[in-house]
Design a protein around this ligand. Structure first.
Ligand code: IMP
Length: 195
């Protein structure tokens, strides 16, 4: 199926293309549409559905939205739905490496470094036919950035069972265990059984 991804994030597209093999995923700009959704929801689900329907209303064909982020236990779930905007100054988003340092700084002196990535995906097939799934991926925040793969918070997200950060894992391996990989797998299964 040809699906338009309600995002401008090339990293997400790259991961999702691998996860949803057999389907054609395009960004709005690939079909000449500019798409910039203002996230005003208070949950990943609200933002994911908002993004998906906003784009569906423009393109009137299957749309997939991914709203995701990092939740750190000792920071009461921060940065959460504000993951992309965390530490912004006057509405200007920080580059990921600077944002990671900003988060590491907030964790200085804290001993509980448990965190999880969360991904909520909404697939809209028609205005009255949509599916939402949310998955999570648990790990710990490191004290310093390590690794060059992936994107965003990956270099500071440590997986004790692998002894590595997500940014040290091969991209394909990340997809088998990540929040996005798990949510995408559910969507893929759903598409397989679609009537
Ligand atoms: P969104 O585009 O509003 O969903 O923002 C997601 C933000 O959360 C991204 O900009 C990243 O900073 C962060 N994020 C989401 N998924 C991942 C991931 O798999 N690895 C690292 N950071 C992620």
């Amino acid at each position: 199926m040809e699906i338009i991804l309600a995002s401008g994030n090339r990293h997400k597209l790259f991961e999702l293309k691998e996860i949803l093999k057999g389907h054609t995923l395009l960004l709005p700009k690939d079909i000449g549409i500019s798409f910039d959704f203002e996230e005003t929801g208070s949950t990943f689900l609200e933002n994911s559905q908002g993004k998906a329907f906003d784009l569906f209303n423009k393109v009137n064909r299957p749309v997939l939205a991914d709203d995701s982020g990092l939740s750190v236990a000792t920071l009461n779930g921060e940065p959460g739905i504000y993951s992309a905007r965390y530490g912004s100054v006057n509405g200007v988003e920080l580059e990921a490496p600077v944002r990671n340092l900003y988060l590491l700084d907030k964790l200085q002196g804290k001993t509980d470094l448990n965190a999880e990535f969360i991904c909520c995906m909404t697939l809209v097939l028609d205005k009255n036919r949509f599916f939402a799934v949310q998955e999570s991926f648990k790990g710990e925040i490191t004290r310093e950035s390590t690794g060059i793969n992936g994107f965003g918070y990956d270099p500071i997200f440590f997986l004790p069972e692998y002894g590595k950060t997500v940014a040290e894992l091969p991209e394909k391996e990340k997809n088998t265990i990540s929040h996005r990989g798990k949510a995408g797998y559910r969507i893929a299964k759903l598409l397989e059984k679609l009537e």
